[in-house]
Design a protein around this ligand. Structure first.
Ligand code: AMP
Ligand code: MG
Length: 494
């Protein structure tokens, strides 16, 4: 074979040496594929059959450096739960390199769980199989749900035992992103007073993610604006699906607008604005309903880092930063309002729609109703119906009567719309998924995988590839957990 497996062209490795550290992955003793994303490989111009072979297996598990690979860990800083840490970096991830696919898109390929790097601090650089498969499952489900996200190319078990609270089987997840450049990457250079580094990073990041901003009069401000708009839309998407990231530290926020670093993330079952799953989020900083506020705060950190590039004088820079940051609240509320409008089956905007949506959410919370099922159920209700035909939705509420009063208002509003029930339902079913990666299903699939049975993982993964399709009657994937199945806390597992 003359062609290399990956046609690497790694622009990040051509940046100055202080941007990264060499980090050859540790060879896995007994690797095997547990999941492989063939369609994604194809999209990236990688031969899926070759990737699935021993050659691919060894290239992804540190046994044979793939031709042309960069093998570096990226440097970054980050604000963790509000506290700035000047040096983090990839402590358990190695950038193999970038490839440009036949679609023209440049993508990073990163192996997470590949062993120690110069940024590992006290960690072992490894990943247990559970969290690796969790990221694969959830990030691919997010993609199918239409959410910008890093993708998962593969999970391979390593044949190693990883020590956490208990000995666990080890694995690596091979992750794909437009770029692994974080708000914390900018903070890294800013906090060192490295203006030149900052400028190089901005140029590189802009070229990768927001090339049009390079043409602006004030590229740094245009870049901040682009990231702010993308984050506003991203967080609105998260909220519209009941997704909780769980660790929105600035090192876990990508400037590409992709969801990144799936740790203790979760989709909620019953709606509650203050819902928190992450076991490390003791004060609920990253609760469901706080996510827009936190994204905005993270962007403020990005703005501060970019200040030296934003104007001749400090005054000028602050004004430009403020203006760019100020797009966030409006962009978020537009996106969130738009998402709720579509989720409720409305095409037009009328006074009172905000209250209608807010009151539905309030009713869900008071009634401890399942977020996903309630919205999906609305799609199937008839505009001419009432309590006698609304069973599937009203029964989700602790006191079904709580839904009835709201439904009267919703129907009055639907009467102002031109669509038939059938048209409205078809449109609503495109935005209100029938299934999401519910925590209890994910845990169940990961437990089985840990015991060597990949069948539940494969079945759940396959179902989540088409989250908007109707499910067969009584399907477990569409059901909320029974009381005893409920998952109350999620863990990083790092
Ligand atoms: P996270 O919040 O999980 O994205 O990780 C925060 C920081 O901790 C990053 O710098 C990671 O690279 C590092 N880290 C997490 N887990 C490990 C580990 N097992 N070994 C080394 N570094 C780690
Ligand atoms: Mg991280």
């Amino acid at each position: 074979m003359t062609q290399p497996l990956f046609a690497f062209d790694t622009s990040y490795a051509r940046l100055p040496e202080r941007f990264y550290s060499p980090a050859p992955p540790a060879p896995a003793p007994d690797p095997a594929f547990l999941a492989l994303n063939r369609p994604l490989a194809e999209q990236m111009g990688i031969d899926p059959e070759r990737l699935a072979s021993e050659e691919g297996r060894d290239a992804l598990t540190g046994r044979a450096a793939p031709e042309g690979a960069a093998l570096i860990a990226m440097a970054y800083a980050g604000a963790q739960f509000g506290h700035f840490v000047p040096q983090l970096g990839d402590g358990r991830a190695v950038l193999l390199g970038e490839v440009v696919g036949p679609d023209g898109a440049r993508r990073d390929i990163q192996v997470k769980g590949a062993g120690r790097t110069p940024y590992s601090r006290m960690g072992d650089g490894k990943a247990p199989l559970g969290p690796a498969l969790r990221e694969y499952l959830v990030s691919e489900a997010m993609h199918a749900l239409g959410v910008p996200t890093t993708r998962a190319l593969a999970v391979l078990r390593t044949g190693e035992v990883v020590l956490r609270d208990a000995p666990l089987p080890g694995a690596v997840i091979v992750r794909v992103a437009t770029a692994h450049i974080r708000v914390g990457t900018f903070q890294y250079f800013a906090s060192r007073g490295d203006r030149e580094g900052l400028e190089i990073l901005l140029n590189h990041a802009a070229e990768r993610a927001w090339p049009e901003t390079l043409e602006a009069d004030n590229p740094a401000a245009a870049f901040l604006r682009a990231v702010s708009l993308a984050q506003a839309k991203l967080v609105a998407k998260w909220l519209s699906l009941g997704f909780i990231h769980g660790v929105m530290n600035t090192d876990n926020m990508s400037v590409t607008g992709e969801t990144i670093d799936y740790g203790p993330c979760a989709f909620m079952d019953a709606y509650a604005a203050g819902r928190v799953y992450s076991s490390i989020d003791r004060h609920g900083r990253y609760a469901y309903g706080n996510q827009p506020k936190i994204a905005h705060w993270n962007l403020l950190q990005l703005a501060e880092a970019l200040l030296p590039l934003m104007g001749e004088t400090e005054e000028e820079a602050v004004a430009a930063a403020q203006e760019a940051l100020d797009v966030f609240p409006g962009a978020f509320s537009d996106a969130w309002r738009g998402a709720l409008q579509a989720k409720l089956g409305l095409t037009e905007t009328r006074e009172g729609d905000d209250a209608l949506a807010e009151d539905f959410l309030a009713a869900l919370e008071a009634g401890e109703a399942d977020f996903t099922l309630a919205f999906r159920g609305l799609g199937a209700l008839r505009a001419e119906g009432g309590p006698e035909t609304d069973g599937p939705v009203r029964e989700l509420f602790r006191k079904p009567g709580a839904f009835d009063a709201w439904a009267v208002r919703w129907r009055a509003r639907l009467a102002e719309e031109a669509r038939s029930d059938g048209e409205r339902r078809a449109a609503m079913d495109q935005v209100n998924p029938a299934i999401i990666p519910r925590n209890h299903l994910v845990e169940e699939a990961l437990r089985a995988a840990q015991d060597g049975d990949m069948a539940p993982f494969d079945a759940l993964h396959a179902a989540l590839a088409a989250p908007f399709a109707d499910r067969p009657a009584g399907d477990r994937y569409a059901q909320p957990p029974a009381k005893e199945e409920e998952v109350r806390a999620t863990f990083c597992g790092t």
